[in-house]
Design a protein around this ligand. Structure first.
Ligand code: ADP
Length: 263
């Protein structure tokens, strides 16, 4: 196939008006997918045309969080993505049999991502969000190659150990010349019944990542927001309706909407 033209990715064409934002984290479990899902539906609720690519190959959770249980439908050579809460969604999880682990190597991941971008009928989008796998692996590099204009949002917890690995994920962007638009600190605190804040995972991780990435990239990387621990958020995600829609008045929803409005 060496001489075949590479499939064309509409978002990578000059003049594309779609803002592409990849959501990254240093390690798993910090809420990267939660943030992605909530940003997507918050932006869609604001009237933007939004698509999500779940590229978290080994830990795909976007379909559950958005309540999607359908695979894309095939029309001619294109895939029509399912729509959930006004967001078009494609996930690697839609292409593997339920319950089976994904054991793919780098080149296959690259090809899968390429297909998600080139062979899915996205239509005109204002925003395309990508939920990256945690860390600094193959997919992050593929995203930088396939979508050179994409921007990065880094999600971390307040914990120093999480912040250190999050910085490394953000530092990849400096090498690939992607812009880091900012940092979201998730699981920032747990509000107690008396209104005080219990800092379960410590404090300062988000600010630290923002400052260090500012230094590393030479461009201003702001702390975009702090999202508290919130039982409603977790329940909403498990139920397939992100908290910004399910419980819009909850502190976590307010924080996530505020982040969405800065992007
Ligand atoms: P990642 O994508 O970084 O692996 P997830 O978004 O899948 O992390 O989140 C991991 C788990 O933590 C999920 O069950 C999610 O519902 C929960 N979670 C994430 N953020 C919060 C939060 N702020 N409050 C409560 N639960 C959260």
């Amino acid at each position: 196939r060496g001489t075949d033209a590479e499939p064309q990715i509409p978002f990578a064409l000059p003049g594309s008006l779609t803002k592409v934002i990849a959501v990254a984290s240093g390690k798993g479990g910090v809420g990267k997918s939660t943030v992605t899902a909530n940003l997507a539906v918050a932006m869609a609720a604001d009237g933007l045309r939004v698509g999500v690519v779940d590229a978290d190959i080994y830990g795909f959770s976007i379909p559950r969080m958005l309540g999607v249980d359908r695979a894309p439908t095939k029309v001619d050579d294109m895939l029509l993505p399912p729509v959930a809460h006004d967001v078009k969604v494609v996930s690697i999880g839609m292409f593997v049999p339920a319950g089976q682990p994904v054991v793919w190597r780098g080149p296959m991941l690259h090809r899968a991502l390429q297909q998600f971008l080139a062979d899915v009928f996205w239509g005109d989008l204002d925003v395309l969000l990508l939920d990256l796998p945690p860390g600094t692996g193959d997919i992050a590099i593929s995203v930088a190659q396939l979508l050179p204009g994409s921007e990065i949002v880094v999600v971390t917890t307040p914990q120093v150990a999480a912040a250190e690995v999050a910085e490394r994920a953000g530092a990849v962007a400096a090498q690939t010349r992607q812009r880091v638009v900012g940092v979201v600190e998730n699981m920032a605190w747990l509000e107690q019944p008396d209104g005080s804040r219990l800092e379960l995972f410590g404090a300062g991780g988000g600010r630290r990542v923002a400052e260090n990435l500012t230094r590393l990239t030479g461009a201003d990387v702001p702390l975009l927001g702090q999202v508290p621990l919130d039982v409603e958020l977790r329940e909403a995600s498990d139920g397939g309706t992100p908290v910004v829609l399910a419980a819009p008045a909850s502190p976590a929803a307010v924080a996530l909407r505020a982040v969405a409005s800065t992007l």
